[in-house]
Design a protein around this ligand. Structure first.
Ligand code: ADP
Ligand code: MG
Length: 141
């Protein structure tokens, strides 16, 4: 779809490895617009709510603990087909399965500490963008 929005998160592992600039540079090189951006340390309830679809899975508690372990960068990315485009740039959840050159292949250290988040569908993008950002926070690009 033209002119989509999607939520991107630079996760605590990538922030602590000083990869913020490298990851943002990649989005800019791929002609993706950044419509909003904020650094934040997620609270436990925020992380639990964000990942509610995974509640009850064996990795849930560890995932919440990881996502609250340090600051993250929250971004709204904007562009034509940006939801799928961002997922392609990220690569597979497990870096062992991620294609060469993807952010997760390059920077993830495990299936959990995998550097970046990206919304996986128009429905999740809408929920996730509004989970962290008000409409007024998006710049008019
Ligand atoms: P994605 O982030 O690629 O959309 P999922 O929505 O399936 O992947 O999972 C959300 C996040 O939970 C992953 O990015 C990863 O950090 C973590 N995760 C997923 N599967 C596992 C697993 N089997 N073991 C540990 N952590 C996992
Ligand atoms: Mg997902």
């Amino acid at each position: 779809m033209p002119n989509e929005l999607t939520l991107s998160i630079i996760k605590p592992d990538a922030v602590s490895k000083k990869l913020i600039g490298t990851i943002i540079k990649r989005f800019e090189e791929e002609k993706i617009k950044i419509a909003a951006m904020r650094m934040k340390r997620l609270t436990k309830p925020e992380a639990e709510g964000f990942y509610a679809e995974h509640k009850g899975k064996p990795f849930f508690d560890s995932l919440v603990s990881f996502m609250t372990s340090g600051p993250v960068v929250l971004m709204v990315l904007q562009g034509d087909n940006v939801i799928l485009k961002n997922r392609d740039i990220m690569g597979a959840t497990n870096p062992a399965n991620a294609d060469e050159g993807t952010l997760r292949k390059l920077f993830a250290e495990s299936i959990e500490k995998n550097a970046v988040h990206g919304s996986d569908s128009p429905k999740s993008a809408e929920r996730e963008v509004s989970y962290f950002f008000k409409k007024e926070e998006l710049v008019n690009l």
